[in-house]
Design a protein around this ligand. Structure first.
Ligand code: ATP
Ligand code: MG
Length: 503
């Protein structure tokens, strides 16, 4: 069975390939309702973690829970545990056990249970601005949970694939570019996708790592509390209930809605006697800055289009996907800026998963992979310069470096030098931007640190000493595979000793 899986911040969506179609999987809730998503929620039930539909139900019964943990993967280091109720769990273990539950529920409580096969070949998506650790954790967790992963692709590429599949006619030799605008639960991603001859190439990406539907819920909640003269409840149960109520109210807003009615019963004894009525215009005014923030993040892409006349002329459209574009003010503000070129997906929450499934079903020769991806951030290492007086950033794989094709050879970068110290200390980072001197600026993610002895064997204990040009010759060999996972092998060429690290 071939599947596409979009591990979303709030909702995980699965699409399958079934005789040329790509239906979205529905799951049955414990109460029997069918939903076309699997909640990305984990709860602690008596010291044991439960996930998805079970977690959603447990949370309603008062179990401590964690929502939107995908956001935390962007910041948390791999060895730093997350806390859910009484349970501490490492990120990789959390994602693995969530995916094990998803796999089980595909077999036990989904509408495709009857056609499931033991081997599940999937394409999975990650946010375009994910750093290598996040990609690695995702890939590794899917494998550990028993999925066979054909590819890890960027979410906007997946949406671009779905657009190309759905709107073949708007694409032509003169219109080969699509801007994907993806506003999900936790992140905003934008990408300029070039589509030609069945190939998809991400030319430029942009986004806001922490902006999504969750923030609209929080604003609605804050507004209602202000109007009621109440403060945010301290109990995490009350907070979760309140946010759930606000989210449900937000999701039921349609273009003709005039006011939002919230009863704030989650506040318990402190709940106001009358429901709170928020005029829709006030709510829209309040969240407008959030939408404007997405437009600002689109600017680098728009500027690139303007600078390159021939690209600007061939824009097939701006494709709006992600559940949070369901709030009418979102497409409205985007249309104020871009007019009729804006197309909202008929199934905005599912476009990414469908794109993954379309790619998973692709039988083309692996030599001509459907997606060629690029580094969306600069990957590099801080090394000491001027005999250790200064550190300089070396962009090993600059932003825009093409990723290897899914079946292709890894891409390699080499560095050779004479060690200046008896110990090599490498701090790897990824960065969205670098300045003119090549130093990382803005959003930067430190994601690994390794220490290698160049002389003797005890790195931590022995003090760092300078070698004054007499040090051994060192080679750093970087390899990046098609999933975007980077490994480095550091070899002491004189001592013929090598150590390999997956970053
Ligand atoms: N009809 C609707 N109106 C407004 N918002 C909606 C609607 N349906 C879903 N949403 C919002 O969409 C968000 C979830 O969108 P989606 O499923 O695309 O996100 P995700 O994939 O989980 O997150 P991300 O892409 O950030 O990882 C939630 O904030 C949800 O409240
Ligand atoms: Mg999403």
């Amino acid at each position: 069975m071939r599947l596409g899986i979009d591990l979303g911040t709030t909702r995980t969506i699965v699409a399958v390939h079934d005789r040329g179609n790509f239906p979205i999987v529905s799951f049955s809730r414990p109460d029997g309702d069918l939903v076309e998503h699997y909640p990305t929620i984990t709860a602690d039930v008596g010291g044991k973690l439960v996930h998805g539909l079970e977690a959603e139900a447990a949370e309603r019964d008062g179990a401590p829970s964690l929502h939107s943990w995908k956001r935390l993967l962007h910041h948390t280091r791999q060895d730093e545990p997350l806390v859910i109720g009484s349970v501490e769990v490492k990120p990789i273990e959390l994602v693995t056990s969530f995916l094990e539950a998803l796999r089980r529920d595909l077999f036990e409580r989904s509408n495709v249970a009857g056609i499931m096969t033991e081997s599940l070949e999937c394409v999975v998506s990650v946010p375009a601005n994910s750093h290598s650790t996040q990609r690695f954790v995702t890939l590794d967790a899917f494998k550990r949970a028993g999925f066979s992963v054909r590819a890890v692709i960027n979410e906007p590429s997946a949406a671009g694939i779905e657009y190309a599949h759905r709107h073949k006619s708007t694409l032509s030799s003169r219109r080969e570019h699509v801007i994907v605008y993806d506003l999900g639960g936790g992140t905003f991603d934008a990408a300029l996708v070039h589509i030609a001859n069945g190939h998809h190439d991400i030319e430029l990406t942009s986004g806001v790592a922490l902006l999504g539907g969750d923030d609209f819920d929080a604003q609605l909640c804050a507004m209602a509390l202000e109007m009621a003269g109440r403060t945010f409840p301290t109990s995490s149960q009350a907070r979760a209930d309140l946010l759930r109520e606000c989210r449900a109210a937000k999701e039921s807003i349609h273009p003709n809605t005039k006011r939002i009615v919230l009863d704030l019963s989650a506040l318990g004894d402190d709940a106001p006697e009358q429901p709170i009525v928020v005029p829709i215009a006030d709510f829209y005014e309040r969240v407008r800055p959030l939408v404007l923030e997405t437009l600002e993040a689109l600017e680098p892409i728009v500027t690139a289009l303007r600078d390159e006349e021939q690209i600007g002329g061939d824009l097939a459209g701006i494709y709006m996907v992600g559940g949070a574009t369901g709030l009418p003010v979102v497409p409205r503000v985007v249309r104020e800026r871009f007019g009729r070129r804006v197309h909202r997906s008929p199934n905005p929450a599912a476009a990414t998963a469908m794109g993954c499934a379309i790619l998973a079903a692709d039988e083309r020769d692996r030599g001509t992979s459907l997606v060629s991806e690029r580094f969306t951030r600069h990957f590099g290492v801080f090394r000491e310069a001027d005999s250790g007086d200064r550190s300089v950033f070396d962009a090993v794989f600059p932003k825009g470096t093409p990723m290897p094709e899914s079946s292709g050879e890894p891409i390699v970068a080499l560095r050779q030098y004479r060690a200046a110290h008896n110990i090599g200390h490498y701090r790897f980072v990824e960065s969205a931007y670098v300045d003119e001197a090549g130093d990382p600026i803005g959003d930067m993610t430190p994601h690994a640190e390794i220490v290698v002895p160049f002389e003797g064997d005890a790195p931590q204990e022995s003090p760092v000493g300078r070698l004054h040009g007499e040090g051994p010759r060192i080679e750093e060999r970087y390899e990046v595979d098609a999933a975007g996972v980077i490994a480095v092998t550091i070899t002491n060429l004189d001592a013929r000793r090598a150590a390999k690290f997956v970053l």
